[in-house]
Design a protein around this ligand. Structure first.
Ligand SMILES: NC(=O)C1=CN([C@@H]2O[C@H](COP(=O)(O)OP(=O)(O)OC[C@H]3O[C@@H](n4cnc5c(N)ncnc54)[C@H](O)[C@@H]3O)[C@@H](O)[C@H]2O)C=CC1
Ligand SMILES: O=C(CO)COP(=O)(O)O
Length: 333
């Protein structure tokens, strides 16, 4: 039986643990807070993140990283992106040498501008062929209800991608494999920022034409950045690109879209942070993504306006006109 450690007991880590257990794995989750781990261990629930959902018996939990990582064939990383590196430093000596490392995270690190798989390679001293990424239209609450969805497992080594895909394949969770790690990771990280923009438009009372324009042009600028960084354009038309973007921008469950909606209704960033309990990665990753784009000479006008709003350099009233009154240009450029 495959043994999996899931590091992080938030909504996606716990839900993915359920998927792995449904697919036949023995799962031990690591969490920071004993109250959450004890509830998973004794009552098979994680009520703070997943309400009344009953987790399979094969999902266990511990606050001791050594207990979770001991003998793991697969190690899944599911903490907030900006907190990954400091956690890896504690786990480095406990991760089994042959284990496959899987990132569920959708962010770009402050300062280094590294994608999460790159942080894992650097933080654990692992070869990139051991690191896979899972990303797609995967709103945790829907998957927790075992509603069907598809996803992408990306790894440079296709045998590793296939191994991870097999480990998480169920009747409701359908993984496709891909070798384009850069494209799959950027699709997930940038869609959070586009989700913020769509939420802002929603909050301002703008309609579906405005939102469709932001979504479509958002995918164009995501693809532009991805191609400049070595990704394949086709990845952005797939599940980890358009698929995830559509799910996030359409769903009231999306934390990023909801965060943006509050901003669009006139709340300040600080006010929204106070009422947001879960991770809205786009808020922290928009700056690093814009820095990456600038470093590679890539124009990302939507990411730029969202970043400037979050960082207090433009007002809500200025933001949308700035997006829509830029110099005209051919669509296919
Ligand atoms: N929730 C979702 O629907 C999906 C989330 N993701 C991605 O998965 C990643 C994790 O997100 P969620 O589980 O949804 O977040 P969450 O906000 O539900 O949970 C975050 C977890 O990390 C823990 N945590 C917070 N600060 C920490 C620290 N300094 N060190 C260690 N642990 C810490 C929290 O206690 C919590 O257990 C994010 O990158 C997110 O973008 C990807 C797909 C779907
Ligand atoms: O990544 C997600 C769905 O695939 C979840 O989006 P949010 O983090 O905006 O909730």
């Amino acid at each position: 039986m495959t043994r999996v450690a899931v590091m992080g007991t938030g909504s996606w880590g716990t839900t993915f643990g359920m998927v792995l257990a449904d697919a036949g794995a023995q799962v031990t989750m690591w969490g920071r807070r004993s109250v959450v781990c004890e509830e998973i261990e004794k009552e098979h629930r994680n009520s703070e993140y997943l309400g009344e959902l009953t987790l399979p018996d094969a999902v266990r939990a511990s606050t001791d990283p050594a207990a979770a990582l001991d003998g793991a064939d697969i190690v899944v990383l599911a903490v907030p992106s900006q907190k990954l590196r400091e956690n890896l430093a504690h786990w480095r000596d406990l991760v089994p040498a042959e284990a496959v490392l899987v990132s569920l995270m959708k962010g770009v690190e402050h300062g280094s501008l590294l994608r999460m798989s790159e942080v894992i390679v650097a933080g654990l001293g692992a070869h990139q062929d051991r690191v896979a990424v899972v990303s797609g239209p995967n709103l945790a609450r829907e998957i927790a209800a075992r509603q069907p969805t598809a996803t992408v497992v990306a790894c440079p080594d296709q045998d590793v991608a296939e191994h991870v895909a097999e480990a998480c394949s169920t009747g409701y969770f359908r993984p496709y494999t891909n070798h384009d790690v850069i494209g799959v990771e950027l699709g997930g990280a940038v869609k959070n920022v586009i989700g913020l923009a769509v939420g802002i438009a929603d909050g301002m009372g703008l309609g579906d034409n405005s939102k469709a324009s932001i979504i479509t042009r958002g995918l164009v600028e995501t693809t532009r950045l991805g191609v400049a960084l070595g990704a394949e354009p086709g990845t952005f038309a797939g599940l980890a690109g358009m698929g995830d973007l559509v799910a996030t921008c359409a769903s009231p469950l999306s934390r990023n879209r909801t965060f943006g909606e509050h901003l669009g209704q006139g709340m300040s960033v600080e006010e929204v942070v106070k009422i947001t309990k879960q991770t809205a990665e786009g808020v922290k990753s928009c700056g690093p993504i814009l820095e990456l784009a600038t470093a590679h000479g890539v124009e990302m006008p939507i990411v730029q306006q969202v970043t400037e709003l979050i960082e207090g350099r433009v007002t809500l009233d200025q933001m949308i006109p700035r997006m829509f009154s830029r110099a005209r240009k051919p669509e296919l450029q």
